[in-house]
Write a protein that binds this ligand. Structure first.
Ligand code: NOJ
Length: 495
């Protein structure tokens, strides 16, 4: 249950479903029906912060400074004689300060409280036993309802240095006051014990943004999380050298802890790949998002198709964000009054925010009926989706793409089926292949008897000897691999 100040990442009740979306009984039925179809459900757990409407925070606001109710959070007096200065100059992930001042019962200004995101998302104090106990109980609550795993939101932020120092210019590993602190590993060891207490597998998936691959992999040691989203690869530009380096670093770091690597092209926070890869700067950084950055959607789509084959061929787990399988672009023309993302507002309207990748999926090409997103009522009217769909998105609709063998949907379906069918991709090792004369512009690697090649250069590249072409993201004129195209080939016969 959430007042939706940040798309649901402000939880007021961890054991209830917001009435907008249904009831707990409906959630249980959904989990069970999915399981019967062989689909496992993962729920998002948000442990770093809660909603300011949560009963704990309301009780803390009503209580005195120094009270036990406030100890579950990071309440702190301000600096200066009248306490009017913020306790630290930490910068929020959504820009601006991380502190908001409270008002005492008599109307005078009171203590400040910490929120790494919006003021509606107060951070909880993970040094407090209630916080630890409560979250382990929340995990059990959802595992008992049949979910097979959890995504751990903002997983590297939970623990804070209680001395509240400023952020050093160049923090030593583990030395940042609120990111990647060593004490975090104990929290996840406790969670892993909860997960492992179930007979059927329960998986912990971390949302971890960290530049250091080894520190990242430390969270994936055998008694901690099972996997974590690998954002390093996603944030890299469309460039052979940059992506090769990310693949190497990722595989090396994961091998050290025996965890599977993950490959992620986007999620609900970042610019859609077809838009990103069509830009002059095709890397991703939150702080670089600006209205009006030009893109070439045709180029971006070509590259996103190649990226689909590249990521699906790499060893490890693949995460596919809904809508990417249709090749949806970022909706960069959302009416300003439709935008809901706090990132947009906290940037003073400079950052377009994340709603452009959250627009509902078009199911049918028929725009008049809201692209099939909501079922028409008896009188023919349809409910408005929470964000409007662009009228020109009929071309990306599921029904339109299902009828087109060259669509992104067709490519994803074929790719995922082949990924499952090919023994080399399931169990094969990984080895880079050297392609003479391509100047490092073609990434090529073997997985058993399957090789994946991606051409990042400007010139078409000859295909190495092969017995079959399994799959290609575009045409292969004269058995060559054109720019921004990927192919899977079989390298040995009789396999
Ligand atoms: C990461 C989530 O993916 C994002 O959508 C959210 O705003 C922040 N964590 C805060 O919970």
């Amino acid at each position: 249950m959430s007042p939706l100040a940040d798309g649901g990442y402000d939880v007021a009740d961890y054991r209830a479903i917001d009435p907008t979306f249904g009831t707990i009984e409906e959630a249980e039925a959904l989990i069970a029906e999915a399981a019967a179809l062989g689909i496992r459900t993962i729920v998002d757990v948000v442990p770093n912060h809660i909603s300011d409407q949560h009963e704990w925070f309301q009780a803390a606001l009503a209580a005195e400074p120094g009270s036990p109710e406030r100890e579950r959070f990071w309440f702190h007096p301000g600096k200066g004689e009248d306490g009017s200065q913020i306790p630290t100059h930490w910068v929020s992930s959504f820009q601006g300060s991380t502190w908001t001042r409270t008002t005492n019962a008599d109307g005078t200004p009171g203590e400040w409280y910490l929120h790494l995101f919006t003021p509606e998302q107060p951070d909880v104090n993970w040094n407090h036993p209630d916080v630890r106990r409560e979250h382990e109980d929340v995990l059990r609550f959802w595992f008992d309802r049949g979910v097979s795993g959890i995504r751990i939101d903002s997983a590297a932020l939970l623990i804070k240095d209680p001395a509240l120092p400023e952020v050093p210019a160049d923090p030593a590993p583990g030395g940042h006051p609120f990111t990647d602190r060593d004490e975090l590993h104990d929290v996840y060891r406790g969670w892993r014990a909860v997960a492992d207490s179930y007979e059927d597998p329960r998986v912990l998936v971390g949302e971890i943004w960290l530049p250091d691959a080894r520190r990242f992999a430390d969270y994936l040691r055998p008694d901690e999380m099972h996997t974590a989203f690998n954002f390093d690869f996603m944030a890299r530009p469309w460039d052979a050298k940059a992506l090769r380096e990310s693949i190497d670093t990722t595989l090396e770091a994961h091998a050290l802890v025996g965890a599977p690597a993950t490959w992620v092209l986007s999620n609900h926070d970042v610019t859609r790949p077809v838009t990103r890869y069509g830009r002059e700067d095709s890397s991703f950084a939150f702080e670089a998002k600006r209205f009006g950055t030009p893109t070439d959607l045709e180029l971006g789509t070509r590259r996103a198709r190649a990226a689909a084959l590249l990521t699906a061929a790499l060893p490890g787990c693949l995460y596919l964000y809904q809508g990417d399988e249709l090749g949806l672009p970022e909706d960069e023309d959302l009416p300003r009054d439709a935008i809901q993302d706090p990132m947009h507002f906290r940037s003073g309207g400079v950052d377009p925010g994340r709603d452009g990748c959250r627009v509902p999926l078009p199911w049918t090409a028929d725009a008049a009926r809201g692209h099939g997103f909501s079922t028409p009522a008896a009188d023919g009217t349809t409910a408005e989706p929470w964000l409007p769909l662009p009228t020109w998105w009929g071309r990306y609709a599921v029904d339109a793409e299902e009828a087109d063998p060259t669509s992104m949907l067709a490519l994803y379906r074929t790719t995922l089926a082949a990924r499952r069918a090919e023994a080399g991709l399931r169990e094969g090792g990984f080895a880079w292949l050297d392609l003479p004369g391509t100047d490092g512009d073609v990434l090529a690697f073997a997985r058993g008897d399957v090789a994946c090649l991606v051409n990042f250069g400007v010139d078409p590249a000859p295909l190495p000897p092969h017995t079959a072409v399994l799959l290609a993201s575009g045409d292969l004129p004269g058995d060559t691999l054109p720019t921004d195209t990927a192919v899977w080939i079989r390298t040995r016969s009789g396999a």
